[in-house]
Write a protein that binds this ligand. Structure first.
Ligand code: COA
Length: 181
């Protein structure tokens, strides 16, 4: 089966929300999806199967953080999921890559995300795309599980700027896994 990755459209909302509810414990009101679409349409994408069904999505936003005399644009992957029977076919990777392109168009200096420390498939995906681990956010999820905060730079950002914009959110790892590239 082949798939296309395209921008989210409001008529996809029901299918996206269904995938979100079935495959992720973190769910959001419809208004949250629509607000992110309204503000950052280039970074809200779906994967559509040959039969026209939405089988995966990624939703991101850009956050603004003032540091040392300038504003950092932080691309944030809010949610990504691929329906189970369509996994391991490159859809998650294609969604991530297209979302990164969208976040760059919005001027993002970097992209970051949170991921459950037990979520090996997702961590492997982000590692494959050269994300590094900045640290652990203790008890980030409502069930008490910790998150890794993972990130990747798009533009020149100093260690001090990373510490100031993202570092305060995490408990550092003993040995930081720096992103490549
Ligand atoms: C994480 C997720 C989006 C990956 O989607 P996917 O379409 O299966 O991923 P891809 O096929 O594009 O895989 C790309 C790479 O990710 C890694 N990967 C993906 N699934 C993996 C698995 N089950 N085990 C190990 N590595 C895995 C591999 O490096 C893979 O590259 P390869 O196929 O060349 O080995 C999917 O597993 C999912 O929807 N999980 C449930 C929701 C979720 O956890 N979202 C992330 C929240 S932070």
């Amino acid at each position: 089966m082949s798939y296309i990755v395209r921008k989210f459209r409001p008529e996809d909302l029901q299918q996206v929300e269904r995938i979100n509810r079935v495959f992720l414990p973190e769910n959001y009101p419809s208004t949250f999806f629509l607000e992110n679409y309204r503000r950052f349409p280039d970074a809200f994408l779906v994967a559509e199967s040959e039969s026209g069904n939405v089988v995966g999505y990624i939703m991101c936003r850009v956050e603004y953080y003032p540091v040392s005399g300038r504003t950092l644009f932080l691309g944030h992957v809010l949610s990504i999921a691929v329906a189970k029977k369509h996994r391991r076919r490159g859809i998650g990777e294609a969604l991530m890559k297209e979302a990164e392109r969208g976040l760059k168009r919005y001027g993002s200096h970097l992209v970051y995300l949170e991921v459950r420390v037990s979520n090996e498939p997702a961590i492997k995906l982000y590692e494959k795309l050269n994300y590094g681990v900045l640290g652990v956010i203790p008890r980030y999820y409502h069930d008490g599980e910790d998150a890794y905060l993972m990130y990747k730079l798009f533009r020149q950002v100093s260690d001090e700027e990373i510490e100031s914009s993202l570092g305060w959110r995490v408990r550092p790892l003993d040995k930081k896994v720096r992103p490549q590239g």
